[in-house]
Design a protein around this ligand. Structure first.
Ligand code: SF4
Length: 393
């Protein structure tokens, strides 16, 4: 069995592969130095640890490299442990165990399973990553499955309809899991699965092993070579959002600021065609401006002086700091210090009642509210909105 602590490469992290496969320069700027671990990332790491212990316990797996701790003991060490973490870990552990049992039943043999295993990648000394779960069964001439637990709220897909590419992070894990075991187990099919319970997003993609090997030869290896050139090229795009240099990268700035040149005319003088050319670039431009603002504010708070600018506080608001004293005073005056109780939100009620009771008792009293309108390219998979004007009714 693999280790339970998550280890990732700094430069060639599989989770950042969408950045470095697209932009060679990013490997020089995303070396992990100075990167702060966000509370969400720490929650994710601890949730993976807990899940791993639950799966090991359930499948009676032995971790030869690390001393396995009993689940109860591990929980005491997790400082971000919460009922939410337990729910995610339980759900994921069930999902992995069920997938394992399913492969066992349909192949008639016990599959190989690895949990939280460190995989070293041969394209760079520094390249490595921890695979959440890998299963190999003898189904269909050998089926390799990788399952990735996502604890964040940004939806992650195993296949991108826009680029027609499978998720490169999961692809890299699958490739190196395959390489580690290919001499022992024949493999023909590869399944990539994202398990993302917080937004009820579980999706999978299946391909032939040959597709993965073509990805290695045509995408992965050429991209790594480009990152090792003397002056690696910068290639801005949507992936910049997740690059740690996204606020200070001059190439991203240059490309995004081109839009300001295009907008040099007053808006009422721009033709529809000119506006349609600007529209697809606006989201990236706004994101770039937000990243830049976040960066300059953080530096200013850290003590940097931006010429001509100063830090100020926004409008403050009054806050009760001693609730007990306020309650006592109000009660002594026979005044109710509490506000009316409000009905809890949908997530909270689902938690309190359980999914089944929520669906049968509460769901009939819910109504889907229409979300706000936004303009998206024609290729967007969502259905076009029907706008009903007052006069049309
Ligand atoms: S910000 Fe974008 S263009 Fe610049 S290094 Fe990062 S990924 Fe490349």
């Amino acid at each position: 069995m693999g280790n339970s602590s998550t280890t990732h490469s700094k430069k060639y992290s599989p989770s950042k592969s969408n950045i470095w496969l697209n932009c060679p320069l990013s490997t020089l700027l995303n070396d992990g130095s100075g990167e702060e671990i966000s509370p969400q990332a720490e929650f994710g790491t601890q949730c993976h640890e807990l899940s791993s212990a639950l799966i090991n316990k359930s499948l009676k797996l032995i971790d030869y490299e690390n001393e396995s701790k009993p689940v109860e003991e591990l929980i005491k060490e997790l400082d971000m442990y919460s009922p939410e973490m337990q729910e995610i870990a339980d759900g994921y552990a069930d999902f992995v165990v069920n997938t394992f049992e399913f492969e066992k039943t349909r192949s008639g043999e016990k599959p190989l399973i690895i949990i939280e295993q460190l995989l070293k990648m041969d394209f760079d000394e520094d390249a490595k990553g921890t695979l959440d779960c890998g299963i190999i069964s003898s189904m269909n001439g050998g089926t390799l499955t990788v399952i990735d637990l996502k604890t964040g709220r940004i939806p992650v897909y195993t296949f991108d309809d826009e680029t027609k590419m499978f998720n490169s992070q999961l692809g890299i894990y699958a490739l190196y899991f395959y390489k580690a075991y290919k001499d022992l187990y024949p493999i023909k099919k590869v399944r990539l699965i994202v398990y993302q319970p917080v937004i009820s997003n579980t999706n999978e993609y299946e391909m032939d092993i040959d597709d993965l090997l073509v990805f290695e030869a045509m995408v992965l290896r050429p991209a790594v070579i480009r990152t090792k050139e003397e002056n690696p090229e910068a290639n801005p795009g949507k992936h910049c959002r997740y690059c740690s240099a996204n606020a200070v990268c001059s190439k991203r700035a240059e490309v995004n600021l081109e839009i300001t040149q295009e907008m040099n005319k007053a808006f009422n003088l721009l033709t529809d065609k000119e506006i349609e050319e600007i529209l697809p670039k606006l989201d990236e431009f706004i994101k770039y401006a937000e990243d830049l603002k976040k960066h300059v504010l953080k530096k200013a708070i850290d003590g940097h002086k931006w010429n001509g600018f100063k830090l100020v506080y926004g409008k403050g608001s009054r806050k009760i700091v001693n609730e007990d004293a306020v309650i006592k005073i109000c009660k002594s005056l026979e005044i109710d210090p509490y506000v009316e109780s409000k009905v809890a939100g949908i997530t909270e009620l689902t938690k309190r009642l359980g999914k089944e009771r929520f669906n049968s008792l509460i769901a009939p009293h819910l109504e889907m509210q229409t979300g706000s309108l936004s303009l998206v390219p024609d290729e967007d998979p969502r259905k076009e909105a029907e706008i009903i004007k007052e006069g049309d009714k």
